[in-house]
Ligand binder design. Sequence first.
Ligand SMILES: N[C@@H](CCC(=O)N[C@@H](CS)C(=O)NCC(=O)O)C(=O)O
Length: 212
Amino acid sequence: MLLIGMFDSPFVRRVAVSMKLLGIPFEHGNWSVGKDFDRIREYNPLGRVPTLVTDDGERLMESGAILDYLDERVGPDRALLPRSGSERRQALNLMSMATGAAEKGVLQVYERVFRPEEKRHQPWVERCRAQMSGSLSALDRYVGERGVSQWLVGKRMTQADITVACAFTFLNDTLRVAEDRVMFQSLATLAGRCESLPVFQETRTPFFTPST
Ligand SMILES: N[C@@H](CCC(=O)N[C@@H](CS)C(=O)NCC(=O)O)C(=O)O
């Protein structure tokens, strides 16, 4: 299988961490959404990552759709997303907040990377930052109330922990969201716990500014 996209993307990284945890080998297409745009578009008409090419040649787009495929492939007992009920709903909610915050972070980064300075619109950037911070605050409160030594749902690490940790690390790397060390302390503790695991360390890369 070929996983296309760099690990500095939280969406690519949550897929890579999941594949490693599930013991699914893959080749890594370490291609940039900037300079490798045309190459990526050969596999994904949107030119986005992650894109997964399965051994059968099927092309899957969107990290959520890829994670769904991986869980189905390993079966319900090993799936990373809880199977049903309130744990599943809770995990999906937490993941939506984390991916939403990451998307708002990506928009802020792209405003800087892809738009010339005189065309940047500060109120838009501030709106994205407020949305991102609101979501991170809600996640931080949740982690604090649940206890920083717990996993986010149930008694084992699930896709919720993976996604939240990947999003938080990305936002901290790119936008320094926890720079003053007071913000998002519970979230930072959970992410730190995940980042200490080998599967996270093997996929940890600094953020590369996409260049065209
Ligand atoms: N909702 C998508 C988001 C993926 C995404 O935003 N990927 C970024 C890299 S972090 C990308 O491909 N950007 C290039 C572009 O959108 O032009 C997912 O979950 O896969």
